[in-house]
Design a protein around this ligand. Sequence first.
Ligand code: BGC
Length: 731
Amino acid sequence: MSNKISQLVDTLLKKMTIKEKVGQMTQVTLDMVLKGNVYEPEKPFAFDEKKLAEVLLENHVGSILNVPTSEALTRQQWYYVVSTLQEKAMKGSRLGIPVLYGIDSIHGASYTKGTTFFPHQIGLAATWNPSIAKEQGAVTAYETRASSIPWVFAPVQDIARTPTWSRIYETFGEDPYLSGEMGKAMVNGFEGDDISRFDKVASCLKHFLGYGLPLSGKDRTPIWIPEHFLREYFLPSFQAAMDAGAKTIMINSGEINGVPVHANKEILTTLLRDELGFEGLAVTDWEDIKYLHTRHRVAATHKEAVRMAIDAGIDMSMVPDDLSFCKHLVELVNEGTITEERLDVSVRRILKLKYELGLFENPVLKEGATYDKFGSQEFLEKAKLAAVESITLLKNEDSNLPLSKDKKVLITGWVAESMPSLNGGWSYDWQGATSVEFAKDKINLRQAIENEIGKNNVIFSEGCQYDEIGNLEDATEKAAMVDHIILCLGENSYTEFMGNVNDLDLPRAQIKLAQAMIKTGKPITLILLEGRPRIISEFADDIESILLGYYPGQEGASSISDIIFGKINPSGKLPYTYPRFSNALMTYDHKHAESVELQGSEIPFNPQFEFGHGLSYTIFEYGSIMLEKDTMNDREDLNFSFSLKNTGSRTGKEVVQVYIGDDYASITPAVKRLRAFRKIELQAGEEQKIDFAIPMKQLSFVNVQNEWILEEGTFKLFVGNQMAEFELKND
Ligand code: BGC
């Protein structure tokens, strides 16, 4: 903390009563100060003076979040919301402390009309391009701050280790290293060097720790992870983003090994504070203190839940819809159960952030900032670049793609007309359903293809809904009239537990449409827009080309069309393992035991598409790996190089992925782990020498004593289709 801010915080803290301190540690949803009921505010929304006074002046609540239910606001409306709150909190109160407004700007300023929607994080990860993540963070910061909001609940640093989980699309995928690199870049984009700037925000790493592996595959259900795996697989992505300076962190709603994380002092204090030295603000997730009582049942009363969470290390409670937290915490301090010094630790962090954000001087917008670039062409082009680099060509038999523009095509499948399937959740509203209404000026897949090749060349047949069979006869008849079928399938938008599924297969109605189209014998391009990898093995082998769009955002449709018709050469690579069967859900970095064929058993690791897979319209050839030395000690770097040549006929981008596998180790080694990557553009015929230097320390793993160790022995290095071996031997 700068000296000046530290002094300001101390001076303010000395003046504060217990009630005022507790208020700073409280966050409620905006509906709490609006007319009408919480979650059902009056429409159009309006402030309720009595509630404003109760929340901000009597209880001194220091932070507000969210948007009135299903009602994205304009920038002007946001200005009105935040300035009303600041006016009340700062002018009406004794100490004049500004409110800290927080929002889920997950892939753009989620709740502001006219914002620029980028791909969701899973698509961003598929770009394997940290500079795009930084740009996305920067534009999102700009448009969120332009909406008068200084704090975003992103990036999601959870590692998505089960493909059934409904929140995969919010993450950077299954690999800790990829997630760490992308998260670091995004934090830089959000925060820059100075979060008080007119175009920067404070970021919030979510959801600490271990959220991405619910045993049942459903959101917010119990997690079982031994501590050494928690440290090796789930911690590094947070650590990387913390090292990048992230100002805040949000806690995992789930329980790990029977202990809800919100009550876990080992994780929230011993690990987060004492060991990692994180000094930023730790906020709970939605209602999670109450859930210690009502859902997890480790606290017999709500008050006991408050005690547990504060004792564990929480700074701010996302309550979110009453003032009970304030009441209980004040009582706990007055009774002597919680010390006032404990409150000071948290309030210091909260006030510090408010000062760093410059909220005391500029509680709403920075003077003079006009935000002319909000929703601009410049930002749109950045969103387009992100979408373009994310889209992943999974299959392309006989160079089926790109299509020539004079082909007559049938577009079929409900996704072709779905805007929510482009934007996903956290778009205008929590579940993303209002994309239909608010993104009317944006184009869907059908429109993008029609724009590209002309309406005369396109025939449309809906074919099916998400899980409802449509008029297959119509689609089949129309298929007879065209050269090519573009089949658009996938998922609708959803968020959190609302996206839980019992079956990872694509719904039957969609499979039936695919099968009917295959029967026509026409070549097919399948476009998948989906938040997680829905299983397609019943028909994937009979489809010529498959393009995975994830949730690419508002520029997604034109990006996909540009790839189909060859304007753009695809370069996205899978950030997760695409499973072939619902009972074969393995990550790429599985253990050897998962790939050794046991007598008479089904083929082991055999996914539909591997992590890191993605095709291009050109061909990249890797030369042999040249190791500088083939024996190193643990203080050295693994230095190596190889040549990469574009032997095809067009410019393309290749993601060079470096994997290393430990041959033998005292904890069963993974077959391979991603240790480095780089995205490289090469012209047709161009060749480049690529160098890497990977510190040997990076090959460490966590033993059962929970220590990072590096054992001597032999390793394999994989790059493209090349392999080399080396040894670690200490002198
Ligand atoms: C989600 C968080 C989100 C928060 C605030 C919770 O339900 O788990 O990711 O930031 O709501 O909207």
